[in-house]
Design a protein around this ligand. Structure first.
Ligand code: AMP
Length: 278
């Protein structure tokens, strides 16, 4: 089957099959992490739609919207190789009318951890994801655990707004040395990349401990070893459903999450662990 490039709702309607549809939302610059999401979608649905859209709403003015990598031709090759049916690639003008008024609020959960450092980011992310859901009308959508708070907020939006869409979370794909794949990794110099390895190392070291205090301490020590070349925004051990910090007697699944700048590139990573297993 020929890959279809859809620019708007009309194109999407024309391309629609009768079977089940899976959506994989991305901002492009596709890598192995995106590919693993596409493969999950491929095995679960008759038709796979990948959206490629760098969403201006989720970047604040001091962030990297204009220099975010845009590699659409290479993205099409990846999608062809992965058997994607439709690539949805709208323009910002088509997505956002100049007089638009209504958007989605991520609520309190959008203002903590990553949200505390990126005001408005999760509102912008949820707004575009809700629009993509309405435009593509998928039966299921696949998101990476790499963006754990994003995935949790999408699950909340689906529950709170009664969206008839199944959400699949996919594990984080890493380089052999532990670095989580990210479209932003291409900005890293060799030195930055070495420094950036402290993120995954800190998470692994923390996850080997058993109590919240020791987990935080062990992970923090690894980040500190990296010195001033690594500018840490946060290290957080949180309840995956709310992203509230867990207390010392918490039991159940928890997410150990980190965000830091290596050089001028801001990276995030996380691992899931279980505290006080019964
Ligand atoms: P992005 O293009 O960075 O907005 O990411 C699009 C989707 O791919 C999101 O659901 C991300 O969580 C997911 N993703 C990004 N990096 C990875 C990775 N290394 N492993 C798995 N999924 C990822």
């Amino acid at each position: 089957m020929e890959l279809i490039v859809a620019r708007n709702r009309e194109d999407l309607v024309k391309a629609r099959h009768t079977g089940t549809v899976a959506l994989v939302p991305t901002m492009g610059a596709l890598h192995e992490g995106h590919r693993s999401l596409i493969r999950q979608a491929r095995v679960r649905a008759d038709q796979v739609v990948v959206s490629v859209f760098v969403n201006p709403l989720q970047f604040s003015p001091n962030e990297d919207f204009s220099r975010y990598p845009r590699t659409f031709d290479a993205d099409l090759d990846v999608c062809r190789a992965e058997g994607v049916d439709v690539v949805f690639h709208p323009s910002a003008e088509d997505m956002y009318a100049p007089d638009r008024q209504v958007s989605v609020s991520a609520g309190q959960m959008g203002q903590v951890v990553e949200g505390a450092f990126r005001p408005g980011h999760f509102d912008g992310m949820l707004t575009v994801v809700l629009k993509l859901f309405h435009l593509v009308q998928p039966d299921l959508a696949v998101f990476g655990q790499k963006d754990a708070q994003q995935l949790a907020l999408i699950r909340r939006m689906v529950a709170d707004l009664d969206l008839p869409i199944e959400i699949l979370g996919a594990p984080t794909v890493r380089e052999p040395d532990g670095l989580a794949l990210s479209s932003r990794n291409r900005y890293l110099s060799d030195d930055d990349r070495r420094v950036a390895l402290a993120l995954s190392r800190a998470l692994r070291t923390g996850a080997a401990e058993l109590t919240p205090a020791r987990i935080r301490q062990a992970a923090r020590a690894v980040l500190d070893e990296a010195g001033p070349a690594l500018e840490v925004d946060y290290l957080a051990l949180v309840d995956p459903a709310t992203f509230a910090e867990v207390s010392e007697d918490y039991s159940g699944m928890a997410v150990l999450a980190v965000a830091a700048k290596a050089g001028s590139t801001r990276l995030i990573d996380n691992v899931t662990l279980t505290l006080n297993p019964a």
